[in-house]
Every structure is written in C-alpha cells, then in structure tokens.
Design a protein around this ligand. Structure first.
Ligand code: GLP
Length: 266
C-alpha cells in the first residue's frame, strides 16, 4: 500500500484524476471500477474537464460500479445509476452500454449478483478500482463483519450508514435499507486499487484502515492485502496517520512520483 498525503482536498482530487487519466491513456479499453459518494464528485468533474479539453477519451472504456441500492430504479434521482450519469457519464464520451451497475431492481437478486461477477470476468477483470471509505470503514457497502473473501451480494446497511448517506437520498425516509455490493474478495481481485479519502471526519477510520489490523470490522483494512493499492488523502484525512513522515518522504523521493511534485506545494 502507498499513502500519498496532499495539502488540500483539491490537490488530492487532482492527483487521483491524473492517475486515472494516465491509466486510461495507456489502455483505452481500460476496465474501470467506480465508486459513488460525495468524495467522488469533484474527481468526476475533473475527469469531465480533461475530456472537454480533448486530453482524455472514454469511448472504449468499460466501467463497473461497486454498488447500487436495492429497490431504486435507474431513473430515481437517488439511485447510483443516476448519480453516475449526472457526475461522470453524461460529462464524457463514454458509451452508456459499456457502463454497468448491479441491478438493484432484479426479481432474482442472487442471480443478478452472479451475472455481475460474470460480466466483470468476461471483460478480463477490473484494471483500476476506485474506492472511497464509509464512516464505519466500509468499501463498497461491505459493512462491518463482511467476509474478507465475500463476492457481489445483497447486503443490509447499518443504521450508521443509512444516517450517513441519507442526506444524498433526500432524508432517511427515502433511503433504501439494502444494496447490492461487490464483495471485498471481488474488490481485491482488481489489478490496481485507488482509494480517495478527504476531510477530517474520515481521519480516524482511515488510520484504522491503513495502519490498524486487518479486520472485517473495517473492511477497507483488507486493502493492506492488495499488491498494488494507492491511498490518496488530503491533510485533514491524513491527520491521524502515525507514519505520515515516511509516506511524505516516499512521495518526495521515489522516482515514480517525480512528475507530480507540483501538487505538493501549498
Ligand atoms: C457510500 C458508498 C461508498 C462510499 C461512501 C462514502 O457508502 N457505498 O462506496 O465510499 O458512501 O461516501 P462519502 O464520500 O459521501 O463520504
């Protein structure tokens, strides 16, 4: 795992956008795993800017989202399909037929989950999986005690997650209580993982995920097992990391980060 701490939220977003753009330019058929949530909005808008500046082409890119609420049709403004259309897909030249989210409206949810896993496999697996982190340390909707080898499945949300995400759903009354999510095992199979975490409210859980023990109580901690996982954070989210000085030293000195040094300056 590599942790990169940047001074501001904007710079953390810029680095994440640059890293995604680099992978997409290197492989136009990239299979991109996508995440939702407030954290990702600015990042998606930056990717939209790169497309408008003619420096990024999504025409061959294929995407799989981590999760979708059960019971919200795609047209529902609180569905993750709607979120993705609004924040990314309608801003770039992606072919909507190449964009996938779990089918939270399926009559047979288990079959829909198996189908989702099969589609990912047919595409050759996810090249780059983008991740945020929930207040309880979840990735996707892998709530505490999710098996670290779990696959795509329906999952009950915790009361804390319902409360955390309710503002994005117009309040708790509209907020679904269940979702389909890729499993932790599914996520760990992505070739590269990129977690973006910003804001002081995530500082404690981020430190648990990155520097604490690997535990199903904080499913993001399973990323410690991943051979190529980058965690990009702003100073506020990184405030409780014990190894800050070392992570900063790596970013300042390792040749792979040389081209991004301008982001370091305040
Ligand atoms: C939801 C999503 C997660 C996301 C989390 C954080 O729970 N399922 O993938 O990481 O929200 O959201 P926010 O960025 O709004 O804090």
């Amino acid at each position: 795992m590599e942790v990169i701490i940047l001074p501001t939220r904007e710079k953390a977003n810029l680095l994440a956008a640059k890293l995604i753009a680099k992978e997409l330019r290197a492989k136009p058929h990239l299979v991109l795993g996508l995440a939702t949530g407030r954290t990702m909005e600015r990042l998606y808008h930056l990717l939209g800017d790169l497309y408008r500046e003619n420096t990024l082409d999504f025409s061959l890119c294929r995407t799989f989202n981590l999760d979708e609420y059960i019971g919200l049709p795609p047209a529902n403004p609180y569905s993750y399909r709607h979120y993705m259309n609004e924040h990314l897909f309608h801003r770039v030249n992606i072919d909507l037929r190449n964009t996938h989210l779990p089918d939270g409206m399926a009559a047979d949810l288990e079959a829909a989950c198996r189908h989702y896993e099969a589609m990912i496999a047919e595409c050759g697996g996810i090249d780059l999986q983008l991740l945020g982190i929930g207040a309880d340390g979840h990735i996707g909707f892998n709530e505490p005690l999710s098996a670290l080898r779990s696959r795509t499945r329906p999952k009950a949300l915790t009361p804390g997650t319902i409360q955390q995400n309710a503002p994005l759903c117009g309040g708790e009354a509209n907020m679904p209580k269940r979702a389909i999510t890729m499993g932790v095992g599914t996520i760990l199979e992505a070739k590269h993982c990129l977690m973006l975490v910003t804001g002081g409210s995530k500082a404690k859980v981020l430190a648990q995920a990155v520097e604490g023990p690997i535990t199903s109580m904080v499913t993001a901690s399973a990323l410690q097992l991943h051979p190529h996982c980058r965690v990009i954070v702003d100073a506020k989210a990184g405030a409780e990391l014990q190894g800050k000085d070392y992570y900063n030293w790596i970013f300042r000195n390792e040749p792979e980060w040389a081209e991004y040094q301008e982001l370091w300056e305040e």
